[in-house]
Design a protein around this ligand. Structure first.
Ligand SMILES: [Zn+2]
Length: 458
């Protein structure tokens, strides 16, 4: 039997596989080929012409495109937490519905993951409840710098700190703390993730208009923080990753520092690639997020950065709050918490960009799967459809509409900032290690998600 290994080499393989996904389209060798995807014991075992190989089980994917499962390197599934807007069951179901097979969860749960005890507590709490594979970040603030190395040894994906935050345990507002965190993360061989907003700038209040929230925490607030950290990182030869970059100016600064051969990566989120601060006026607290939505120019520059590689990958920053918590902000925007769900809509959003000719398929795969896998140190076990990789994949109908409405969402709050919009391109079925976990919004398996440790150094 002929099985494609690569374009030059074909091989004979064993006769009966665990699963064959029949008749799907597969992006391979810079082309899209149609054939069968062979899966054995949860791993990709080959690609063959339709009908050549045999298996114990078949899944007919006629007309569907197979992509590597998405890797969302920035979610807040609120578990454990007093915030009841999500938990690992509901969050991971939403992820699977959105074609995501691995998530990396942020450390601002309760207690914050700033030491091994908190990490183990969180792992214990999540065990057996996730439908997708998961990684966890540790967190660091002024008083917990010495815990970075031990957290790294336990397999955290990275270490997160906030330059501005409601969580004192995760706060690094001053250069001394940031320097120490960069050095400790470097010693532990893991990236330091930074929420970059300058606390001093953000503390200036302007007036009570809804938009003033976005103005005072404007692009200068972010870019100043980015410049401070990027310069320190250059001097210390560390590795920082900026989460949710939202401004054209920050992108320019990071481009400059990357050109100096410093180790920096960045992510952005779909809301920064599509919405502006005008949406804050229309949707009030539901569009409140940190950093805030920006101007049209920023959206356009971020889209350019997504295409040209300045932005390394997309992450949702999935951060739900209940209706009650959000609605307080209609009286006073300052009182509403910042954040919005997004894990479920990232892929439809990106497929829509592809269908509009704004993003190539290769680049979509890079920013949605391959690059986050590399960042998390789990490539090429994940993030690619390659022989020997985990059979984590999503089958897509490129022409079908994904209508964003509460009844089409599995996230617990049923909220989306894209409510009412339609994206062209829809995830139909999601497989984790060769097991069908979600199909047309229906759960198809038990919660088989496992904890994945960071496996490679930076
Ligand atoms: Zn976040």
């Amino acid at each position: 039997m002929l099985v494609y290994l690569n374009k030059e080499r074909l091989c004979d393989c064993k006769l009966v596989y665990t699963l064959i996904i029949k008749n799907c389209k597969i992006p391979l060798f810079n082309d899209i080929i149609e054939g069968d995807l062979l899966i054995d014991n949860g791993k990709i075992a080959g690609f063959s012409k339709s009908g050549l190989a045999r298996a114990d089980n078949y899944y007919d994917a006629k007309g569907l495109l197979a992509l590597p499962g998405g890797i969302d390197a920035h979610v807040h599934f609120r578990d454990p937490s007093s915030n009841k807007a999500e938990d690992f069951e509901s969050g991971s179901l939403a992820a699977a519905h959105g074609g995501i097979t691995t998530v990396a969860d942020m450390p601002n749960t309760e207690p914050p993951v700033t030491n091994i005890e908190a990490l183990r507590l969180k792992l214990e709490r999540i065990k057996g409840r996730s439908y997708v594979d998961y990684m966890l970040y540790g967190g660091v603030g002024k008083t917990t710098l010495k815990n970075i190395e031990s957290l790294a040894k336990e397999g955290v994906a990275g270490i997160k700190t906030f330059m501005i935050s409601r969580f004192p345990a995760l706060l690094s507002p001053d250069n001394e703390t940031i320097k120490a965190a960069i050095l400790e993360a470097k010693k532990a061989n893991i990236p330091l993730l930074i929420h970059a907003e300058d606390l001093t700038v953000a503390n200036n209040s302007i007036n009570e208009e809804v938009k003033s929230y976005a103005i005072k925490r404007g692009c200068l607030c972010e870019s100043l923080a980015v410049a401070r950290v990027a310069e320190l990182n250059k001097q210390l030869k560390g590795y920082v990753h900026f989460v949710h970059i939202s401004c054209a100016n920050s992108l320019q600064l990071i481009h400059f520092y990357k050109s100096l051969n410093t180790q920096i990566t960045i992510e952005t989120a779909p809301h920064y690639l599509s919405l502006t601060m005008d949406d804050l006026e229309k949707k009030g607290p539901y569009a409140k997020v940190d950093p805030p939505l920006r101007m049209k120019r920023d959206v356009e520059e971020l889209l350019n950065g997504l295409r040209n590689g300045d932005i390394d990958f997309i992450a949702s920053d999935h951060a739900p709050y209940t209706k009650e918590e959000k609605d307080i902000g209609f009286k006073d925007i300052e009182l509403a918490p910042s954040g919005m769900p997004g894990v479920e809509t990232t892929l439809p959003f990106l497929l829509n960009l592809f269908n509009k000719g704004l993003l190539s398929l290769n680049r979509l795969i890079e920013v949605f799967s391959t690059n986050p896998a590399k960042f998390l140190g789990i490539y090429s076990r994940k993030g690619v459809l390659r022989l020997g990789s985990d059979a984590d994949l999503v089958l897509i109908n490129l022409k079908q509409e994904f209508k964003v409405s509460s009844e089409n969402l599995l996230t617990k709050t049923k909220q989306s900032i894209f409510e009412g919009m339609s994206f062209i391109g829809k995830p139909i079925a999601t497989f984790l290690r060769g097991v069908l976990i979600m199909e047309n919004m229906e759960i198809r398996s038990k919660p088989i998600g496992s904890f994945i440790k960071r496996s490679s150094n930076i």
